[in-house]
Design a protein around this ligand. Sequence first.
Ligand SMILES: Cc1ncc(COP(=O)(O)O)c(C=O)c1O
Length: 405
Amino acid sequence: MRQDGPRSIDEDTSEDGGDVRTRPLMNRRLDGLGTTIFAEMSALATATGAINLGQGFPDTDGPEEIREAAVRALRDGKGNQYPPGPGVPELRAAISEHQQRFYGLPFDPDTEVLVTAGATEAIAATMLALLEPGDEVIAFEPFYDSYAACIAMAGAKRVPLTLRAPSFRPDLDELRAKITPQTRLLLINTPHNPTGMVLSAEEQDAIAALAVEHDLLVVTDEVYEHLVYEGAHRPIAALPGMRERTVSISSAGKTFSFTGWKVGWVTGEAPLVAAVRAAKQYLTFVSGGPFQYAIAEALALPDAFFTDFREGMRRKRDLLAKGLRAAGFRVYEPAGTYFITTDISPFGDEDAGAFCRALPERCGVAAVPNSAFYDDSEAGRSQVRFTFCKKDDVLEEAVERLARL
Ligand SMILES: Cc1ncc(COP(=O)(O)O)c(C=O)c1O
């Protein structure tokens, strides 16, 4: 073991065989997956006192009664010891009821629902459960950053389907052309982070048809399911032929503004959920005991909660979009999520990474470069993402600061 601490995890990619004395400290599967861009930009925001519109976490906690429900569970000794591996029965029932209530999708709470440590663990466990080394995973890029890491940790290969500005719509002919005998699964994300793209019904139908035709699994990340501004969220699992091949992932973090509680879930047919559970039990086994009881109550909140949440975010979207336009950004208006992707070329700038590193000093606002989420670095080179899940006065102040650019 080196005495001067671990090497930079991005540092050494040399091929020096199996000699344990000379080979890189870290598993090569993690090459290039050093500090996440969110951590880097949040640290920069803290160091400079900038308003952090980089990382997607709300600056206001979710409903007071749900916070109280967590306190009550803690005091009542509910979930303070290891909860059941698949999640507490109350939460599994609530997830099942939520899928039925909003989408008419029936899932057996005992065999078709699994509670995870956020969507992040659900993604990791799903990739580890369903992929063999050498399998190919087709995923939209820009990717949510954990996709690339989890596909790599499973020893599989990511095959990006590039979403291009200004519409960020997937090219379905390109998708078809990317399917090979090695393709194991399609990893989709709608509403899509970071672009805010929401798949249309026609696109979902076409993706589902391809999955059926090529007998592919589909993993769908729907953490922004309650933040769709035009029309309603439509889960791909509801389409013909999809139930038996789809793992649906969601999370309480985004919908209920408790991102730190890390309560997520998986729904799907029993054999798929059993496979994911097999991997999940060796990652965390269980997590967030008392929070699980509270989220069970959150999922049962009346429709008005979900509508008000979405309408509140829509207003914030409009506020920030207007401010970004006024400041000179090209704005790609999101149809979902709480992110706005912009283009910085109107400033005569093309390098989103350098722009974001300088932004806190220049005007006291932090954002993240979308280029970090693309393999095709040209495609996202001049894109910068801002989040609007912040208090109105914080957004107003940010807009004022951005106007200095
Ligand atoms: C698309 C997407 N998937 C998954 C996650 C992670 O969710 P969680 O915090 O529940 O692990 C996020 C969080 O930003 C996300 O944007």
